[in-house]
Design a protein around this ligand. Sequence first.
Ligand code: ASP
Length: 467
Amino acid sequence: MRMKRLLVTETVNNTDKQVRLNGWVHMARRMGKMVFVDLRDVSGIVQVVFTPDKAEVLEAAKKLRSEFVVEITGTVSKRPEKLINKEMATGSVEVQAEGLKILAESKTPPFEIVETEKMDASEELRFKYRYLDLRRARNQRTIIVRSKLLKFMRDFLHSEGFIEIETPILAKSTPEGARDYLVPSREYPGKFYALPQSPQQYKQMLMVAGFDKYFQIAPCFRDEDARSDRAPDQFFQLDIEMSFVEQGEILDLVERLYTEMIKKYFPEKKITFSPWPRISYAEAMAKNKTDKPDLRKNKNDSNELAFAFIVDWPFFEAERKDGKYVAHHHIFTAPHTEDIGLLDTDPGKVRSWQHDIALNGYEIAGGSIRSTDPKVLEKVLELVGVTKEEAKIQFGHMMEAFEYGVPPHGGIACGIERLLAILLNEPSVREVVAFPKTADNREIMTGSPSDVDPGQLKDLHIKIVKK
Ligand code: ASP
C-alpha cells in the first residue's frame, strides 16, 4: 500500500520515520556532492537532502528546478545542534531523501515565489498569474485565515440558534444605492434578473416565514464607478436578520462574535473599548466630522482595534434640489416611533433605527430595525420619489407579505473583506480574496469581462450598440 502523505510541517513530530511528502520545489541548490531542496506545501517548507549513497536519486535531483512538483520519500532526521535553523518552523529536522518522482515540471515563474512579506511585482502581473501569486506565504496565510474566520462565524451563529439560508443570486433588483448588475433572461425576452446588491428583501421575507434567526455569508454585487478606494463590485457580507429583537440585541451579538473571534485568531490585537461605545450620529459628526471615526488612541498602531457603533441616524440625507429625499441606510429602515409624524411635516428631522459599525476609520457593518408598517413604508417611498405604481411593481410583494403577520425584525450586514484587510494589515481589500479584480474592475487571469459568442447574444435577444 502507498505510504500516507505527510504535510511538510508534520515532519517535526515524525523524526526517524519514513515519510512521503508532496509539494513544490521552493529552491534547489547543489552543494559539493549533495543536493538540497526546500520543499513547500500548503503547510510550509522543509529541507530535503539528497546524498551520494542513493546515487540514482541524487542524479534525478540534479534536474530539479524551482516550482517543479515532486513526490519525495525519505526518512526524517534530527539536525545536529549547530545546524538547527531557528527561523524555520521545521528548522530542527531535515529529510534524507530515498526516492524522488517529478510529477510536473515548471517554467521559470514571472516573479519570485517569496516567503517574505514583500510584494515586489506589479498588481497587474500578480493578478494575471494569481495562481502563482497565491503560492506566496503571505497570500496563503490570508486565504487560510479567511477560511478560519468564516468557519468561526458560522459555528458561532449556529451555536446561537441561527439558521444558514441561501437566497437567489439571479434575483430581483433591490435598492442599496448602487447600480445593479443585470443578467438578461433568455426565456423572457427583454426581461432581466439582477445580481443581488444584498439579500435584503429575501432575508426580510424569511422573517415573515418564521425563521427568526437567519444568517448567510452572502455574495453581493454593486456596479460602482471605478475609484481606487471603493469596495469591490463583488464582495461578501456576513448577513444577519432576527425577529422579535431590539437594536441593542443585534449590536451585542456582533460585538460578542467579533470579540471572541479576534481573541482566538488575533491574540496580538488590542480592542480599545469594551464594551464598544454607542455613539449617536450627531455626536460623531460634531466631534469627528465623520460618521466613521477613527477612535484609536494611537493611530499608528496597526494592532489597535477601535470598534464603535454609530446609532440614531437621521433617516434621510440632505434634501436634494428636486425636493426628493435619499435614505441614509435604505428604505426598509424603521423611523423612531415618536418621529413618524415628522415624515409629513419635517422629514429631514426624522431619526431612524439605523446602526453602523465603525472600525479605525472604516465602516465595516450597517443595518437597522425594519419598517413593518405598510403605511410608513408607503410614505417613505413617496418621499424618496417612488410613485405608487413603481412601488407596487418593485415592492408590492413585500407590502403584501407584511399583511400576513409580520414579526418585528431587524438585522445587520458585516463586510468580510474590509474587516480582513484591517485585521491582516493589508493595504487593499483586493488582497483578501482568492481571485480579485483590478481597481478598474477587470479579472485579468481569465480575462473578464470579455466578448461573447454572437450566437449567445442572439439567444439573449441582445444587440450591442457600439459607442
Ligand atoms: N442590506 C444592508 C446592506 O447591505 C444591511 C442591512 O440592512 O442588513 O447594507
